[in-house]
Design a protein around this ligand. Structure first.
Ligand SMILES: O=C(COP(=O)(O)O)NO
Length: 251
């Protein structure tokens, strides 16, 4: 039952922003926004380099996520930032398994599972991304892909209350072509069915399943009206004032 789940909206800023633009987004868009936080959890994901700055100026009701973390702990891993380091920096969420990391940086299901295990073990909550590409959608194997990706991470998760699943069809990310409400609802219902069969009744009722892929203030109202869509993981539109309208469509 959808009412058992609080809405959740994430803003994935990706590799975007400068000190000046980050300050503008926080001071002019996020901090003044009239958000009903009793209805919706809001999390923004700056670039790692900007997290301390955002922590120092962002209103406390909005939480912060990192966009990735290493599968290794601290040590001789040049350039890596471990979940333990984000924990030390008081970062409460990390986005893992994003398709851009899977496609551009070779993150396999197994690597994503290892990162989720380490991140949850460090006491940080996870936004776990899954989604099929255009070829898989057109071949009619979306369910098989989603099931494979969920099965790969299942053993990394002991407490599903610390996980939000983001269904992000790769063919909708950054294209301006969102999945339509029926397409999105169909996959969200499959994910909820998988949760019920594999993660238990509590997870099936409480784990949020959010949609990502060209969400804007023009389509968020129709999407959020679907019974198994619990919110959004917003990319490009999270860098603009319209992000607040997307959040308000959930509250
Ligand atoms: O990748 C996305 C979605 O990006 P867009 O909203 O720009 O399609 N979220 O993590």
């Amino acid at each position: 039952m959808k009412s058992a789940r609080k809405f959740f909206v994430g803003g994935n800023w990706k590799s975007n922003g400068t000190i000046s633009s980050v300050k503008d987004l926080v001071f002019k868009v996020l901090n003044p926004a009239p958000i009903n936080f009793s209805k919706v959890d809001v999390v923004v994901a700056p670039m790692a380099i900007h997290i301390p700055l955002v922590q120092s100026i962002l209103r406390p009701e909005i939480q912060i996520a990192a966009q990735n973390a290493s599968i290794t702990g601290q040590g001789a891993y040049t350039g890596e930032i471990s979940p333990e380091h984000f924990k030390d920096q008081a970062v409460p969420w990390i986005i893992l398994g994003h398709s851009e990391r899977r496609n551009f940086y070779g993150e396999t299901d197994q690597i994503v599972a290892g990162k989720i295990k380490r991140t949850l073990g460090a006491g940080i909550q996870v936004i776990a991304c899954i989604g099929e590409n255009l070829k898989e959608r057109e071949s009619g194997v979306t369910t098989e892909v989603i099931t494979r990706q969920l099965s790969a991470i299942k053993n990394s998760i002991s407490d599903w209350r610390n996980v939000v699943i983001a269904y992000e069809p790769v063919w909708a990310i950054g294209t301006g072509v969102s999945a339509n409400p029926n397409q999105a609802q169909e996959v969200h219902a499959e994910i909820r069915k998988w949760l019920h069969a594999n993660a238990g009744d509590v997870a099936a009722k409480t784990t949020r399943v959010i949609y990502g892929g060209s969400v804007t203030d023009a389509n968020s109202n129709e999407l959020i009206g679907q019974p198994d869509i619990d919110g959004f993981l917003v990319g490009g539109a999270s860098l603009k004032p319209g992000f607040i309208s997307i959040v308000e469509s959930c509250a």
